[in-house]
Each structure stands twice: as structure tokens, then as C-alpha cells.
Design a protein around this ligand. Structure first.
Ligand code: ZN
Length: 572
């Protein structure tokens, strides 16, 4: 006798983009058996009257590669309705890994993704060398939600090329070996491959300078297996003279075509200095996709931002003299008091005035965070605008606000997607047929970002509350978080509430849904800190029919599995 769960009388938003409808959902043995009217009672019945019933979210861009070993809930993703998380992004990760490269891979993760070294050292069990062994280790780790993994090009390169992997040019034989190893990883279950071509001042990811030949050979191996290629494009943004976005877009087009229509995904943002460029890039993508490429840029469903606060990251924390001036403080309140001392304030601000002289605009796109956070602030609410009203320098005002009281104020430093000073660009990006919502970076940038909570912004701010322009229809928001995301990574068994699909389901009280303000918690190994945001209003989350959260409280269920890529083509 099948284990029957009936979710009764909810408002089903099924993930296809179809309008909401009132229906029951029958779940049998972890899969959806029926969506419609279910007369027979289930062994378990859940009353969903007044609630949205949606597929669980697919969080396509995370860095839980280490966290997966100490946090079975994979938070904050699961707190915000994710039932699948994809890791191994951005060319960095922990498999394959030679025993003498563990420290290197941890340092690389720290450099690129800002996850504390001590936390990773203490938290990763290292019971593997090959990618297949890594997946086997994941299988033995209990968890609440599903994980899919991309094999990082950077790790493969270091494994095969040793120290030369960082910057060296691969030989023909090494390229063939890399393509073969990535192919084997997908055969073992990887969803695809990730690479990173971002040019960073203080560190390069192995493969940043990989030749076209290398990337095309890998693309063939990935595309042949219906894998997805996630990459960070080099030089998409910044001044005209050093960007190569035309060449880079064209390279990704060729990679997709070489992989016989391989899916390739990468970040697309609106650069405030060059606000038209994202449209130019997108129109090239449209043209390439008409020609048979499958380019699907990832967009962030809110303005690209960093969180600035005294206890985390802020503009003064790495300036000369700051460490000395704040030595010996015991806590954030103490730090705030020290920084308010007139001679300390003046010495730090005088250094900062020089250092930030060119970046006065920074405070014009900086906003004090409210509760709940507002991701579409009026530009008149910026620190710069307020400083002009008060007739004081904006940096001084920011300093004083940040160090006031116990030093708990938080600020949203908006760095992209907000050139118009409203959410129109973000909504346009989300609704474009070639994009997918991503870039949440779950598990990474522990002290300065929490964009993994974006699904809740999508529902509260863009679907429910927006007053500054058109809202986003709920069925579009849900479709983008579910089926669009799943398909972008070759997952065809989830993301839609329909018979035969996995019973990954959210029950959401949209009226009550609320985003928390960012807060620091100390729950990482080696007492590591991280910035999280919680949410209220997710009434239940089910993974394969098992309830993992009941009104925000975890149930202890661990139905999450490691996804093994099935060698199938996308259904027509
Ligand atoms: Zn990333």
C-alpha cells in the first residue's frame, strides 16, 4: 500500500507558468500522483486552505561544497524554500583532489568565495580523491534537501597539471585528459562542469587563461552527456578598453555549439557605468540561441548588493590604521564606542577621504537597511542624498550611522542592476525567456552577502508588495524558481507539480511571508561566523514527500539525496 499524502484545497501554482488554481495534490511514494480533485483520504492529510502550493525551489548557484558536510539543512537555502541546491559552481570545489592539494583548494575557495579557511579545514572530512568518490561520500551524508554537483574545471586542472594548473598552458594531451576526466565525472553523476575566467587582482582560478581549444574540448565532453557548463565570463564588465564581452560572448556561443547545443550559463548584470551593455550581450545571446546555441545567463532577482555593517564588511575595515585603532575590542558595541572616539574617528576618516576620493558615488547607492529589508529603495533614501540634505560629507554621515549605538546598523551597498533607481531592470531580466535566476552564492561570502534568500524577495517584494511599477505575476515567479531553474541544469524530474514528478513541495502563506533582516550566527566549524536571513511564512516544505520544515521548524527528516545525472536529452 502506497504512502498517500494529500495536500488539500490549496492554491496550486504548478511551476509551468500556468495561472494559480484551486486543487488537491496527491503524493504517493515520494512522487506526485495527482493534481486536481482527490476524493479518497490519505494516510497523511495537510490542509492547505489559503496557502500557495508550489514545487520546491531549485537553487542553481551555491557554494555548499564544504557546508554540505556539516549542515544537513543547507541553510539559508532551505529556510527559503529550496529543495534542490546545485554546488561546485564557479570553477572551485573539492573534487577531484590529490591529498597534497587540500590546502590549496581550501585557500582557493577562501580567496574566491570568502568562506573562512579554518571553517573549511575543520569541516571537510576528505574521504575522496576522484569526483566519483566525492559523490559516494555525499551519498553517505544525511541531508534534508537534494544536491547536484558540477565538476569544477579548476580542481580538474590542478589534479592533472599540478602547479602548472594555475596559470600554465595545457598540452594537447592534458586537454584530452581534462575532457576525459570531466566526462567521467558526468558519467558518475555530475550535472556538468563549472569554470571561472574572472580576472582577479589577488588570485586567479586555475583555468582563467585556458585556451579556446581547451574550453571547446571540454564543452564537447559536457554537451555529449547533456551536461550544463557554468562559467564566470572574463571581462564582461568595466571600462570599454579592457572589456572583451564581444569576444567572450562569442566564445561561449562557440562552446555551446561545439557541445551540440550544450547549455551554458554565466552571470548577467547591469553595470551602472555602462547600463546598456547587458542588453547588447542579451541580444547576442538571443541571436546565438536562434542558431542552435543554448546560452542561459543567470540573473539576480534583486539589485546586486553587498551588506555593510560594523560586525562584517565595511569600507574602512581594511584601511591602513584601522586594525591598530580597533585592537583589543571585545565585541561590536565596544568597537562602535572605540570608533566614535573623536581622535579615532578623525584618523580613520582622513585615511578614507584619500582612499575613497574617487568613489564618492559609492554612498549614493548605499542605503540603510530597514526591517523588513527594502530591495527597491528610493534614491532619495540613499546615504548620499541624506548627507546633502543635512549638509555633511556623505562618508562622515555613513561612518556616524554605522558606529552609532551598539553598531548594529546594516547597509545595502547596491553595486549593479539599479542604474534607473528602481526594480524595472531586475523584473525585465527575470522575465526574459533566455535567463534563469541564480547567482545567490549560498554558503559563500559569509560576512558580506546573503543573496541566497532572493526567492523570498521575489514573492514578497516583486509579487505581493511592489508599488513603484508593475508587479511580477506569481506564476512567473514560481516558474522561474522551479521548472526554468531545473531545466537549465538538465533536471527533468522536478520543478513542476504534475503526476510522475518528485514531490518537492512548498506550502506558503503569501500574506504572512516575511523576509528577515541579516544577522550573524556562529554555527560554522571552528566557531565560524556567517550572515544569514531567515524568513517567516513557509508553512511547510516537503522533499520527496517528506516534510522537512513545519512552520519554520525543522522536523529532523533527511530525505535529501545526491542527484546523479541521468543520460537523457531534454524532452521536446
Ligand atoms: Zn559563485
Amino acid at each position: 500500500m502506497a504512502d498517500r499524502l494529500v495536500i488539500r484545497g490549496g492554491t496550486v501554482v504548478d511551476g509551468t507558468g500556468a495561472p494559480p488554481r484551486s486543487a488537491d495534490v496527491l503524493v504517493e511514494d515520494g512522487k506526485i500522483a495527482e493534481v486536481g480533485r482527490v476524493d479518497a483520504p490519505g494516510a497523511r492529510e495537510v490542509d492547505a486552505d489559503g496557502l500557495l502550493v508550489t514545487p520546491g525551489w531549485v537553487d542553481v548557484h551555491t557554494h555548499y561544497d564544504g557546508q554540505v558536510y556539516w549542515d544537513p539543512l543547507m541553510t539559508p537555502s532551505s529556510w527559503h524554500g529550496a529543495t534542490t541546491a546545485i554546488m561546485g559552481n564557479c570553477g572551485v570545489g573539492f573534487a577531484p583532489a590529490r591529498p597534497d592539494q587540500h590546502d590549496y583548494l581550501i585557500e582557493l575557495m577562501k580567496t574566491i568565495e570568502d568562506i573562512p579557511t579554518e571553517t573549511l579545514r575543520a569541516g571537510i572530512p576528505w574521504g575522496w580523491e576522484t569526483f566519483a568518490e566525492y559523490l559516494d561520500c555525499l551519498d553517505r551524508t544525511p541531508r534534508a534537501i537534494d544536491v547536484g554537483v558540477l565538476v569544477p574545471h579548476g580542481s580538474v586542472r590542478m589534479y592533472l597539471m599540478g602547479e602548472r594548473g594555475e596559470k600554465g598552458e595545457a598540452t594537447h594531451a592534458e586537454i584530452a585528459a581534462m575532457a576525459a576526466m570531466i566526462g567521467e565525472a558526468i558519467d558518475a553523476g555530475a550535472l556538468g562542469c563549472s569554470a571561472n575566467r574572472t580576472l582577479l587582482k589577488d588570485g586567479l582560478v586555475p583555468g582563467s587563461f585556458a585556451s579556446d581549444e581547451e574550453l571547446l574540448a571540454i564543452s564537447k565532453a559536457v554537451g555529449r552527456r547533456d551536461g550544463t557548463f557554468q562559467t564566470n565570463a572574463a571581462s564582461f564588465y568595466g571600462p570599454e578598453e579592457w572589456v572583451g564581452y564581444e569576444a567572450e560572448t562569442d566564445l561561449m556561443r562557440r562552446m555551446s555549439l561545439a557541445g551540440n547545443g550544450m547549455r551554458i550559463t554565466f552571470a548577467l548584470i547591469e553595470d551602472h557605468q555602462y547600463p546598456d551593455r547587458w542588453r547588447t550581450i542579451l541580444s547576442r545571446i538571443e541571436a546565438a540561441n536562434r542558431e542552435g546555441a543554448k546560452m542561459r545567463p543567470q540573473v539576480l532577482a534583486r539589485p546586486l548588493n553587498a551588506i555593510m555593517t560594523l560586525a562584517g564588511r565595511h569600507p574602512f575595515d581594511r584601511m591602513p590604521g584601522y586594525a591598530e585603532a580597533t585592537a583589543g575590542v571585545k565585541n561590536t558595541a565596544d568597537l562602535a564606542a572605540r570608533l566614535r572616539q573623536p581622535e579615532v574617528r578623525e584618523s580613520i576618516l582622513s585615511v578614507a577621504r584619500q582612499a575613497l576620493a574617487e568613489r564618492a558615488w559609492f554612498f549614493d547607492t548605499m542605503y540603510e537597511m530597514t526591517d523588513p529589508p527594502n530591495y527597491e529603495p528610493e534614491t532619495s533614501q540613499s546615504i548620499g542624498a541624506e548627507a546633502r540634505r543635512r549638509g555633511v560629507p556623505s562618508m562622515d554621515l555613513f561612518y556616524d550611522l554605522m558606529t552609532a549605538g551598539a553598531g548594529e546598523a546594516m547597509f545595502l551597498a547596491v553595486v549593479a542592476n539599479y542604474a534607473k533607481g528602481n526594480g524595472d531592470t531586475v523584473l525585465e531580466m527575470i522575465q526574459h525567456p533566455d535567463t534563469v535566476i541564480g547567482l545567490g552564492d549560498g554558503g559563500a561570502h559569509c560576512l558580506g552577502l546573503c543573496d541566497v534568500t532572493t526567492p523570498t524577495t521575489l514573492l514578497t517584494q516583486w509579487v505581493r508588495d511592489r508599488t513603484r511599477g508593475p508587479k511580477l505575476p506569481v506564476e512567473i515567479a514560481v516558474r522561474e524558481l522551479t521548472s526554468t531553474a531545473a531545466r537549465a541544469f538538465g533536471l527533468y524530474d522536478r520543478g513542476i507539480l504534475a503526476p510522475g514528478m518528485r514531490a518537492d513541495i512548498n506550502l506558503i502563506d503569501l500574506d504572512r511571508l516575511r523576509m528577515g533582516t541579516p544577522e550573524f550566527i556562529h554555527d560554522f566549524p571552528a566557531n565560524g561566523r556567517r550572515l544569514v536571513q531567515r524568513a517567516r511564512g513557509y508553512v511547510a516544505t516537503f522533499v520527496a514527500g517528506e516534510r522537512i520544515f513545519a512552520d519554520g521548524t525543522e522536523t529532523g527528516a533527511r530525505p535529501g539525496r545526491t542527484i546523479r545525472k541521468q543520460p537523457v536529452r531534454e524532452p521536446a
